[in-house]
Design a protein around this ligand. Structure first.
Ligand code: F6R
Length: 236
């Protein structure tokens, strides 16, 4: 594991964007695994700047996202599809037809989970998976549990996650309680993993995840077994 500690969020975003841009420059048709949440926002802004500056071309990139709330459609400004469009896809030359976010409105959620995994397989797996980390150590929406769950699945969100995410909603009652999430399997099969975490609130989580025991109680701890992980942590 490569652990990079920087001072500012801006530095974190610059470093993360440089790694993702290098991946795309080296392999134009890369499969990027993408995350939402507040942590990667700066990284996406820097990637858009790199695109504007002509440094990187996303026209052949394919992407898959980690998760989506059950019950929100892509037009809802709290959906992860909307987040991806507005924070990244609308600002670069990726073909949206080549981007996949799980469909939170699918009538058959089990089939949608299977379709997400089948899509990743059909793409040949993920070249680089970008991750954030939840305060409870979750990655994607793999919440602390007694087992690691490999396939994409439906999860009941933990109280602490609903609480943490309520900052994005008008009221806590509006936060969906279920989500579709990529499992630990596709994340661990990604050829490279890049995890970004910032702020004092994440310090203890990062410590437990990467310097503590490997346990499904801290889902990100499984990444200690991944052969190619970069963690960027900023104090700010
Ligand atoms: C988002 C995701 C989540 C977030 C995590 C951290 O797609 O999968 O695991 O990465 O909840 O969120 P932030 O970055 O908002 O602290």
């Amino acid at each position: 594991m490569e652990f990079i500690q920087v001072k500012t969020y801006d530095e974190l975003s610059t470093r993360a964007a440089a790694i993702i841009a290098a991946q795309v420059v080296l392999k134009a048709d890369s499969v990027l695994g993408l995350a939402t949440g507040s942590s990667p926002v700066g990284t996406y802004r820097k990637l858009a700047e790199k695109y504007e500056a002509g440094e990187v071309d996303f026209s052949r990139v394919r992407s898959v996202n980690l998760d989506e709330y059950v019950g929100l459609d892509g037009e809802n400004d709290q959906s992860y599809r909307y987040f991806m469009n507005t924070n990244l896809f609308d600002h670069i030359n990726i073909d949206k037809a080549n981007t996949r976010v799980p469909n939170g409105l699918a009538t058959d959620l089990a089939a949608e989970c299977a379709a997400h995994d089948a899509h990743i397989e059909a793409l040949g797996g993920i070249d680089l998976q970008l991750l954030g980390i939840g305060p409870n150590g979750h990655i994607a929406f793999n919440e602390p549990d007694s087992v690691f769950t490999a396939p994409t699945h439906v999860v009941e969100l933990e109280e602490s996650t609903i609480e943490a995410n309520s900052r994005f909603f008008a009221s806590r009652d509006e936060v969906p309680t279920r989500a579709l999430t990529m499992g630990i399997g596709a994340i661990m099969k990604a050829r490279r993993v890049l995890l970004v975490a910032n702020g004092p609130k994440k310090k203890d989580t990062v410590q437990r995840a990467f310097f503590g025991p490997i346990t499904p109680e801290v889902p990100a701890s499984i990444l200690q077994l991944h052969p190619n992980v970069t963690v960027i942590y900023s104090e700010e």
